[in-house]
Design a binder for this molecule. Structure first.
Ligand code: DGT
Ligand code: CA
Ligand code: CA
Ligand code: ZN
Length: 581
C-alpha cells in the first residue's frame, strides 16, 4: 500500500476516536461517516497522493469533507481538525476507550466528574470506589472495568503496542531504508521478528559500509516526531503515533551476528552465549569469536553462527529461550509450516455476509488467482444479527457457487458456514440443515465474560456436533483491545482431537487466535489438527495467510498437523469423515 494511504488511514482512524469523544458517542453520524472513510481508504488500490478531490469523492465511502481532509494531508502533511481535537483529548485519555466496557460517553463522564485523564487516574478512582456512584455506572460496572484492566495487562509503565500497529510502521521503514544505495541489507529484528503479538519497540538493523547517509535518512524519514538520540551507528526515534524505533548500522561482515543479537530474545541470547563459552568462544553483537585469540569463528550469517554452535538454524519465531536450543541440539526442532505449504483457505466471507466487503465471485476468483486448491466460503450463520444468512439466502448462495465453480476448474469450492456458538453451545439452523454444508467453522461472537466451566462447556458442546469441522478464533480476543474468553483449553484440545475437529489459527493481525502460547500446548495433543484460515472479508485479506503461518510457527505447530497443507483429496476425505459420524 502506498505510504500516503497508510498515513491517511492512520490519521482518519485517530480522527474517528477523537470524534467519538467529541460527540460523546460511538454511533454519532460523523463517527460512522469517518469509519466508512477509513474502510474505503484501506481498500483503495490507488495512491491517494495522486488523486484529486473530485476523484477521491467519487470513491464509495469517501465524502466531500473526507476528500478535503485527505487533500489537506497530501498538501501540508497534517490535518488541522485532527490536531485541534488532539489538543483537546490527549492520547492517554483516548486510550481509555480500549478498555472493554469503557465507551466514549463513560470517558467523558469520568473526566468531567472525577478528573480522570489517564489509566493511572482511572485505577486510582476504582481503588477509591468512586465509579460506583456515577450516574449509569454502579458497582457491577466498576468491577467489570477493574477486571478488564487486569486481564488486558494494561500497565501504564510498560506500554506494549499491538503487532497490527507496529508491523506496518516497521515494514515502511525497512522499505524506505532498502532504497538507499548505502544499504546492503536491512531487517527489522527484536520481538517483531519473533512475531510476538505485542511490541515494546521496533529494532532495525542495517548492513552498510557507509553509515552516515543511512543515519541521516533514518532520522529524516516522514512521520518521525522526535529524535531521541543519534550517534554514528545508532539512533532512536519516536514516530508520530508514538512508536519508538531503534536503528543500528553494522559492517556487512557483522550482519549475521547483529541480527542474531538484536532479534533476541534476551533469554535465547543468554543461552546461546553460554554455549559459546563452553566451547572457548565469546558471542556478542559483532561476532562469534575465539575467547583467547579473538579470531572470528562466524559472523556473516545467523546460520553460520548456529552451525558453529552445533545447532541447526533456529527460526526467529522460536527464539524465546523455552527449550528451542536444547531441541535444536538434539535435532528435534518441530518441522514448521511455511506459507508455500498452504493449499486451502477454510474461513472466507463475501458480501453475502453483512460485514463482507468483496463479492462472492471476486473472493472465489482471488482464491483461484492465488493458486489455492480448495477454499471454503463460510458466511455467518443466521443467529448473528444483521450479518448472518437466512436459510433462503444460504440456498441462493449455494446456487451462485455452483455456477461460479464452472469458471474455476482447478479450485474446489466448499460451501460452508461460520456458525455462532450460543451461550449454551447451541448453533444456528438445525442439524439436518447444517449437514448440507461441506464444512462448518463454529466461533464465539458473544458472551465473552462467562466463567471457565461455562465457557468450556459451551465450546465442547459445539465440538460435539458432527457438522462442526473447526473452532474459529478460539478465544475471541482482539490484541490490546479485548481479552479473550477464559477456558480450559486443554479439555477443548483433547475433545477436538478425539472428534476430528480442527483448531483454527485465525490470520487477522489483531486476532492471531488461537494465540501462540495455547498452540504450544495444543501441538502436544496427539491427533489434533489445525487449519490456518484468513477469515477474509475482502479480497486483499486473503494475503493475511502470512501472519497466520507465522503465528502457527511461533506456536511450534508442525506442518503435518495443519490440515490445509494436505492434498485436496486427503483434506476432503478427512473433512467429510466427521460429518458422517
Ligand atoms: P520488546 O521491544 O520489549 O518487545 O522486546 P525485544 O525482544 O525487542 O527487546 P529490546 O527491544 O529491548 O531488545 C532487542 C533485542 O536486543 C532483544 O530481544 C535481545 C537484545 N538485547 C537487548 N538487551 C539485551 C541484554 O541485556 N542482554 C542480551 N543478551 N541481549 C539483549
Ligand atoms: Ca524491541
Ligand atoms: Ca529496542
Ligand atoms: Zn469469520
Amino acid at each position: 500500500m502506498a505510504e500516503a494511504n497508510r498515513a491517511v488511514g492512520r490519521l482518519l482512524r485517530e480522527y474517528v476516536d477523537l470524534l467519538k469523544l467529541e460527540e460523546g458517542s460511538a454511533q454519532a453520524f460523523r463517527v460512522r461517516a469517518y469509519e466508512r472513510a477509513v474502510a474505503a481508504v484501506a481498500e483503495l488500490t490507488r495512491d491517494v497522493a495522486g488523486m484529486t478531490a473530485g476523484e477521491l469523492k467519487a470513491v464509495d465511502g469517501i465524502g466531500a469533507s473526507t476528500a478535503k481532509k485527505i487533500r489537506e494531508y497530501v498538501e501540508t502533511g497534517a490535518i488541522a481538525d485532527v490536531e485541534t481535537l488532539r489538543e483537546k483529548y490527549p492520547r492517554p485519555l483516548v486510550e481509555l476507550m480500549q478498555i472493554p466496557g469503557v465507551g466514549p460517553k463513560t470517558v467523558v463522564q469520568l473526566r468531567r466528574e472525577l478528573g480522570v485523564e489517564n489509566l493511572d487516574d482511572l485505577k486510582q478512582a476504582i481503588a477509591e470506589e468512586r465509579l460506583r456512584d456515577l450516574a449509569g455506572l454502579g458497582v457491577r460496572t466498576e468491577e467489570k472495568i477493574a477486571r478488564a484492566i487486569e486481564r488486558l495487562g494494561l500497565h501504564s509503565k510498560e506500554r506494549r503496542i499491538p503487532i497490527i500497529r507496529a508491523l506496518p510502521v516497521a515494514a515502511d521503514i525497512v522499505a524506505a531504508l532498502s532504497q538507499l544505495p548505502a544499504v546492503r541489507r536491512v531487517e527489522y529484528c527484536g520481538s517483531l521478528r519473533r512475531f510476538r503479538e505485542t511490541i515494546g519497540d521496533i529494532d532495525v538493523v542495517v548492513a552498510s559500509g557507509d553509515p552516515a547517509p543511512v543515519m541521516d535518512a533514518f532520522v529524516g524519514l516522514p512521520r518521525i516526531r522526535e529524535v531521541l538520540g543519534r550517534g554514528d551507528t545508532k539512533a532512536s526515534v519516536l514516530t508520530d503515533d508514538d512508536l519508538q524505533v531503534d536503528l543500528r548500522t553494522v559492517a556487512p561482515g557483522e550482519y549475521g551476528a547483529a541480527i542474531l543479537y538484536f532479534t533476541g530474545s534476551k533469554a535465547h541470547n543468554i543461552e546461546l552465549r553460554q554455549r559459546a563459552i563452553e566451547r572457548g568462544w565469546i558471542l556478542n553483537e559483532y561476532a562469534l569469536a575465539d575467547a583467547d585469540s579473538g579470531e572470528i569463528v562466524a559472523s556473516r550469517t545467523e546460520k553460520a553462527i548456529y552451525d558453529a554452535l552445533g545447532l541447526g538454524f533456529i527460526p526467529p519465531e522460536l527464539r524465546e529461550g523455552i527449550g528451542e536450543i536444547a531441541a535444536a541440539a538434539e535435532d528435534r526442532l518441530p518441522r514448521l509450516v511455511e506459507e508455500r505449504h498452504i493449499r486451502g483457505d477454510l474461513h472466507v466471507h463475501s458480501t453475502w455476509s453483512g460485514d463482507g466487503r468483496s463479492s462472492l465471485a471476486d473472493m472465489v476468483a482471488e482464491a483461484a488467482r492465488r493458486g489455492l486448491q480448495y477454499v471454503a466460503m463460510t458466511e455467518h450463520g443466521e443467529n448473528l444479527a444483521i450479518n448472518g444468512l437466512t436459510r433462503d439466502e444460504v440456498r441462493r448462495e449455494r446456487a451462485e457457487l455452483d455456477e461460479l465453480a464452472a469458471g474455476h476448474p482447478d479450485l474446489t469450492i466448499l460451501h460452508g458456514a461460520e456458525l455462532n456458538i450460543g451461550p449454551d453451545g447451541g448453533l444456528d439452523y438445525d442439524e439436518d440443515f447444517l449437514l448440507e454444508f461441506d464444512w462448518c467453522v463454529a466461533s464465539v461472537h458473544s458472551h465473552f465474560d462467562f466463567d471457565v466451566p461455562t465457557q468450556t462447556e459451551r465450546i465442547l458442546r459445539a465440538i460435539a456436533s458432527p457438522a462442526v469441522n473447526a473452532i474459529g478464533h478460539l478465544t475471541g480476543r482482539r490484541i490490546g483491545k479485548r481479552p479473550g474468553i477464559e477456558l480450559d483449553a486443554d479439555a477443548v484440545f483433547e475433545t477436538a482431537a478425539a472428534t476430528g475437529t480442527a483448531i483454527e489459527v485465525n490470520c487477522h493481525l489483531d486476532r492471531l487466535d488461537a494465540p501462540a502460547d495455547l498452540l504450544r500446548r495444543a501441538r502436544l495433543v496427539d491427533g489434533l489438527r489445525f487449519v490456518i484460515s484468513t477469515d477474509a472479508h475482502h479480497t486483499t485479506e486473503l494475503s493475511n495467510v502470512t501472519w497466520g503461518v507465522r503465528n502457527a510457527r511461533r506456536g511450534w505447530v508442525e506442518r503435518a498437523a495443519v490440515a490445509n497443507t494436505w492434498t485436496r483429496d486427503r483434506f476432503l476425505k478427512w473433512a467429510a469423515a466427521k460429518r458422517r459420524t
